[in-house]
Design a protein around this ligand. Structure first.
Ligand code: PMP
Length: 330
């Protein structure tokens, strides 16, 4: 491999791995994009890089400028890394309910962290609105606006979907993942459909999100709740507009946790819950598409980001979630 002095070139071109347990369970071939291998350990490094490059190209970001964003954490981590590599400042607004590890990571990366109480999107104190206000009030600042800035999904049209198509050698029957901003599902969906309109694109929604009902019945309606961070959308963001969704699944936290734990115990992959939920969706999609079908999903981020939550016995118990044998008292 040649050397590079561009650390940002390390974003993307992630490996695609065949998952043994899920493939066996579905009687199909299930592959997953290892997004935890990005420098910021999540899929959001891709969107962060495209958003910053887009702001530069538009002349919105000048040397020494500031990037402001509201994020569940991973986009903030990606933005902070890209900003450090390019000499910008970052101000990250995050709901105080996100994992401790994400907050510590952001501080360690040098981001200025603003924590706000979790609030519905309609509340002006919601982290997204707060971040927009801070960007407006800060001289030389640009608002990344990952939810409605389609530079986000372009990262997945240009990058992720092309990589998947190449790695699958053009033989792919279905793709599924959950949506936070919707950048991944919409971008990969659009990119794959352009190459082969017969590829089935499925949305996998956690409980508490409104997109399952929207794609099934045209109504934005949610039911229940989820502890998964970074996914679960209640509106059609600009990134989701025109997303080519053919079918949809709703996956519970317990179903996602089961796959998350199996992938760790049986395949040595330490992942977050959105990855477990995505794999549960991939198993359902592959069963629907039939024996031998080839389905791709996303492993969004590393489980090391959730040691104090998803991998902590007391936290799981407090949330009323099952505790795996590995975490049981000895
Ligand atoms: N999983 C995790 C852990 C995330 O942080 C995100 C980003 N919010 C997603 C999945 C969903 O990605 P997207 O924003 O592209 O829909």
């Amino acid at each position: 491999m040649q050397t590079t002095n561009d650390t940002l070139a390390l974003i993307g071109n992630t490996p695609l791995v065949r998952l043994k347990g899920p493939s066996e369970a579905a009687g199909a071939e299930i592959f997953a994009k290892c997004e935890f291998t990005n420098p910021g350990a999540s899929v959001k490094d891709r969107a962060a890089l495209f958003i910053v490059q887009d702001a530069e190209a538009r002349g919105l970001l000048q040397p020494g400028g500031t990037i402001v964003e509201g994020t569940a954490g991973n986009t903030g981590i990606g933005l902070a890394l890209v900003a450090n590599a390019k000499g910008y400042r970052t101000i990250i607004v995050m709901p105080e309910t996100q994992s401790r590890e994400k907050m510590d990571t952001l501080r360690a990366l040098g981001a200025e962290l603003v924590l706000v109480p979790a609030a519905p999107y309609s509340n002006p104190g919601h982290f997204v609105h707060t971040s927009r206000r801070i960007a407006e009030e800060t001289p030389g600042a640009v608002w990344a606006n990952q939810f409605d800035n389609i530079a986000n999904r372009r990262a997945h049209i240009v990058g992720t979907s092309s990589e998947i198509w190449g790695q699958m050698e053009g033989r792919i029957d279905g793709f599924t993942c959950a949506a936070g901003t919707g950048g991944t599902i919409a971008g990969v969906g659009l990119g794959l459909k352009e190459r082969d309109p017969k590829v089935t694109i499925a949305l996998t929604d956690p409980h508490g999100a409104a997109l399952y009902e929207y794609y099934a019945n045209g109504e934005l309606k949610s039911e229940g709740s989820s502890v998964a961070e970074g996914i679960g959308q209640g509106r059609i963001t600009a990134n989701l507009e025109g997303a080519p969704i053919d079918t949809q699944f709703r996956v519970s936290d317990e179903e996602g946790l089961e796959w998350m734990r199996r992938l760790l115990a049986e395949e040595g992959l330490c992942l977050g819950l959105s990855s477990g939920i995505n794999v549960a969706g991939a198993v359902r999609l592959a069963r629907q598409l039939g024996a031998g079908s080839r389905v791709v999903t996303i492993l969004c981020d590393t489980g090391f980001r959730y040691l104090s939550t998803l991998y902590d016995r007391d936290w799981l118990t407090a949330k009323g979630l099952s505790v795996p044998a590995a975490l049981a008292p000895r």
